[in-house]
Ligand binder design. Structure first.
Ligand code: XMP
Length: 519
């Protein structure tokens, strides 16, 4: 791509959001870890501008990551964000010190130089998002301050002659209300990148990449869950290599009601894609018997998935091409960042089965065409691939399925009970016309029983919790504000119609501090 912004990643949890914002602006960009960015990479990527991301380290420590000299020697416009801003200053002769106070969260930005192109079309006062401990205490020669905040006298700085800019805040997060304008000013007005990037473009590029990765011959298998991600991944790979793709649909007994039938109908019958339907209920349920630790459950399921894929992979194909060499997974960026940070000491939140559960030694190489995308981008991609809207609009469903919605031991009986509750819940949401307003709604079967009174008799049955959240990308989420009458209606209907549950709760926890799934 001729019109590229290179993002140098120093390990911030939100680096990917820089890419996401640029892509919203239809500007192409690539993220590369700081220690891979050198003269060769810059020549290969041929960017028009460079963004240095934030990161968890402190420049006051000798071992903290630095930028390769080739970045400054390139003559390209540079924007440093947070750690990147400090690094830019230090590399050019400024001074960075540990701040006496850390500054996290909302702050107010006041523009002091309205003529600077970086701040074009931004109001003179706006909300920004800060997250830093260190701060710049002396600017390098050639730089001037263009905006300040209460705690950061050098909140935004510029050396317009060299086209170098730095911001202490994070313009890429949604809470920096005009941050996207700043990124647009840098990438489009200063670096001169044209706005030509869209999902059709991504599709073309990805198809070429998949064709290159999969080579001339041999079978590629795809773990299809029926969710949007693996479906989009499968159709993309099918468009790239046609019948060399075989999808493997594993029924682990942890699916929603009717899921297996729908997947087979769509892929085998509608799209005529090769599909193997593996009934592995007994194996998964057996392995989960007696297991209660959330991470252990996730790892067991992840491992069994891979075992099944590997078994299927060895028997697929013909003569010299016997055995598949590649496995396609619909891994998304939030799965990657929450289970295996790109760089740095950020915490592992949970092992998403697509990523964290993979064995160290695996005979299959991975093809993960959606690894850099957020959910809403995957949906947009699905539309360009011609997937039915109803399929695209489906709420996300995690690979480990109902197992992570049944805290404690998972049994077939509990799964049946949960499926019944979940079906009623989702049907009522659809009937009320709320399905598309909600990012994800599902029921959770709790490992507790409650006393109730039904007719004149005492009941002692399970309690279930309903969850519904709004979100843009699954990284953060708010609870969906159902009307109290609707919640009351759900409570009555579910308890009346599902034998085995006598108490319904509504989960009012946002993410953070909760996660969307319970485990
Ligand atoms: P959490 O629970 O981490 O979920 O807030 C964020 C989003 O990711 C989905 N999720 C998964 N998807 N494999 C998946 O394919 C997994 O292991 C997994 N765990 C969570 C979750 O449903 C939500 O949409």
């Amino acid at each position: 791509m001729a019109e590229t912004i290179l993002i140098v990643d120093f390990g911030s949890q939100v680096t990917q959001l820089i890419a996401r914002r640029l892509r919203e602006l239809k500007i192409y960009c690539e993220i590369h870890p700081f220690n891979k960015v050198n003269q060769t990479l810059i020549s290969n990527v041929a960017p028009k501008g460079i963004i240095l991301s934030g990161g968890p380290d402190s420049l006051t420590q000798a071992a903290s990551p630095r930028a390769d000299e080739a970045i400054f020697a390139s003559g390209l416009p540079i924007l440093g964000i947070c750690y990147g801003h400090q690094l830019l200053c230090q590399a050019l002769g400024g001074v960075v010190e540990s701040g006496l106070e850390r500054e996290f969260g909302r702050a107010a930005l006041t523009i002091s130089d309205a003529n600077c192109t970086l701040l074009d079309n931004m109001p003179s006062n706006s909300q920004i998002w800060m997250s830093h401990g260190d701060r710049v205490s002396k600017l390098p020669d050639g730089f001037v301050t263009i905006a300040i905040s209460e705690n950061a006298p050098y909140a935004a700085i510029a050396d317009e002659s060299r086209r170098y800019y730095g911001v202490q805040f994070h313009p890429e997060v949604a809470h920096s209300l005009h941050g996207i304008t700043l990124l647009e000013n840098f990438a489009h007005k200063i670096a001169g990148c044209k706005k030509i990037w869209d999902m059709a473009n991504f599709r073309e590029q990805m198809i070429a990449k998949i064709q290159k990765q999969a080579g001339e011959a041999g079978t590629v298998i795809c773990g299809l869950s029926g969710g949007v991600d693996s479906s989009v991944a499968a159709i993309l790979v099918h468009q790239a290599i046609g019948d060399r793709l075989t999808c493997i649909f594993v029924d682990h007994g942890l699916l929603r009601a009717g899921e297996a039938e729908q997947v087979v109908a769509l892929f085998k019958e509608h799209y005529a894609i090769n599909l193997i339907h593996c009934d592995e209920k007994t194996r998964f349920m057996g392995a989960l018997q007696g297991k209660t630790d959330p991470e252990e459950k996730r790892k067991i399921i992840g491992k069994l998935f891979i075992d099944v894929f590997q078994e299927q992979a060895t028997n697929i194909g013909e003569s010299e091409f016997l055995g598949a060499r590649f496995l396609v997974q619909g891994t998304l960026y939030p799965d990657v960042i929450e289970s295996a940070p790109v760089y740095g000491p950020s915490q592992v939140i949970k092992s998403h089965h697509n990523v964290g559960g993979l064995p160290e030694k695996m005979n299959l190489k991975l093809i993960e065409p959606l690894r850099d995308l957020f959910k809403d981008e995957v949906r947009a991609l699905g539309l360009t691939l011609g997937l039915p809207e109803a399929m695209i609009a489906r709420h996300p469903f995690p690979g480990p399925g109902l197992a992570i919605r049944i805290p404690g031991e998972v049994t077939a009986e509990k799964c049946d009970l949960l499926r019944k509750i979940d079906t009623i819940y989702l049907n009522e949401i659809k009937k009320a016309g709320l399905y598309d307003e909600i990012w994800q709604a599902f029921a959770v079967l709790l490992p507790v029983r409650a006393v109730g009174v039904m007719g004149d008799a005492r009941s002692y049955e399970y309690a279930a919790s309903l969850r519904a959240v709004t979100s843009q990308d699954g990284m953060t989420a708010d609870i969906y504000p159902f009307k109290p009458e609707f919640l009351a209606h759900l409570g009555t209907k579910i308890v009346n119609e599902v034998k085995g549950v006598n108490r319904i709760l509504y989960d009012i926890t946002s993410k953070p501090p909760g996660t969307i799934e319970w485990e």
